[in-house]
Write a protein that binds this ligand. Sequence first.
Ligand code: NDP
Length: 310
Amino acid sequence: MKSVIENVIIIGSGPAGLTAAIYSARANLNPLMIEGEEIGGQLMTTTDVENYPGFAEAITGPELMTEVKKQAARFGTRFLPKNVTKVDFSSRPFKIWVGQDLYQTRAVIITTGASAKYLGLPSEKRLLGHGVSACATCDGGFFKNQDVAIIGGGDTAMEEAIFLTRFAKKVLVIHRRDEFRASKIMTDRVLKNPKIEVLWDTALVEVVGDKTVTAIKVENVKTHEKKEMPMNGVFIAIGHKPNTELFKGQLAMNEVGYLITNGRSTYTSVPGVFAAGDVQDNMYRQAITAAGTGCMAAMDCERFFEKEEN
Ligand code: NDP
């Protein structure tokens, strides 16, 4: 066990965590960030980020995160590039384990983010990064004048299908039901786009290819009719899963595992534990909104200490 009791430990190192680090470091809270082994979060797998304010010319995701990390380090944030393995938030100081090492802290800011969901097909896993992707924004550019399929019927699938029409020759949206879950405006845009075709009531059953994707096998879920279609890329857009396994039974979560924060603040169900970024937001999921809530979490934490001390 470490003998010091930290002021604040930030778990996770994406835009939310790093922004929380900048703010809490500048507030003299001397934060410790336990970064996880996938340092930098989801932006590390993107190419150009064109919608983060402050960069008139696009910056890449990894470059952006490197800069933000330098900024957090400049104010004294300490970094530990390891995974948290267990937490105990039942009493204060809170306990956080990294393997055998136990850290104690007065407050915690959770910014563990969310990960893309996959269908669970062996062929999908085998060809991940070789024609199968869960991020059209990151990988769409590799499919110039080619045919791509996108799986899902939510807003993400619609947004990514439209984005992919910039590069691809044809975009096939494959959805397991006969209507989309997506908003009407996004649905209309997809249905009106001449480059996009929709396969309703259809499931992807296999991605075909040796070193790279060459075809897909699909099945109509009503008629059970199967067919194989030539295809160059497959984008999975069936939602995200928040990274909250560690906190089960300790913090209030919604039915799909997103941490519940209190109204317009970043307070979780345990006073002194705050959450920011995608781990508590399945709606906006942008780097800038994650950064915004990271700032809020640091300010909430600072005010929480002030209240305790007065
Ligand atoms: P959603 O959960 O909204 O949609 C997931 C889609 O994937 C659904 O159509 C679902 O089918 C399908 N799906 C889930 N699991 C499987 C599976 N195993 N096999 C086949 N299909 C599957 O996730 P999104 O990521 O699209 O959106 C998340 C949130 O973010 C939403 O609130 C959305 O509105 C929001 N968002 C908003 C945007 C915007 O406004 N610009 C852009 C992107 C996201 P089914 O419908 O049958 O359940």
